[in-house]
Design a protein around this ligand. Sequence first.
Ligand code: ADP
Length: 189
Amino acid sequence: MNIILFGAPGAGKGTQAKVLIDYLNIIQISTGDMLRDEVKSGSNLGKMAKQIMDKGDLISDEIIMEIIGERIKKPDCKNGFIFDGFPRTLNQAKSLDDLLASKEMKIDNIIEIYVEEDLLLERINKRISENDISRDDDNPEVLKNRIEIYKSDTLPVLNYYKQSNRLNSVNGMQEIDKVSDDIKNIILT
Ligand code: ADP
């Protein structure tokens, strides 16, 4: 089963992805994690990506599609995967549709985890204050930009899936287990 988890920064995509990979025995494909690994490795791509990520801006669609194209070829994707943090622009969403069609693959479930903006800010600010080693892009200034970019570049993806009747939403402001139950219910129906 192939799934897209959709949600603003701080909505809880990572937390729910972890629950689902165990439950469904599939893997998580987080473009954010993959880019952070590139940064750690010190590769040219990593160096370039770090400058963009530290500002909270988006990596180009070409690079992201290249990374995704290579990743879904790997044998560990056979059982299925969860995209977390991808697609993040309308262009990426359309490219993904083309890419999967060319491989005779498809997304089975597209799930939005919805959280109100005030709560998003509260959650990430809490994450920032509790972590000694927080992410370089987890600071109040950059966070504002990440949320703005979410609204301008990523929300159109949500509308794209809504218009084609492919979108399911869960309330991400409930307890973690309740959110997981709601997602499982969508997946099983
Ligand atoms: P968040 O916690 O804000 O959801 P992620 O961990 O998913 O963030 O991603 C961190 C950063 O990595 C983003 O701010 C962006 O710079 C880059 N990034 C991750 N995924 C993508 C993508 N699909 N397209 C463009 N940039 C991306």
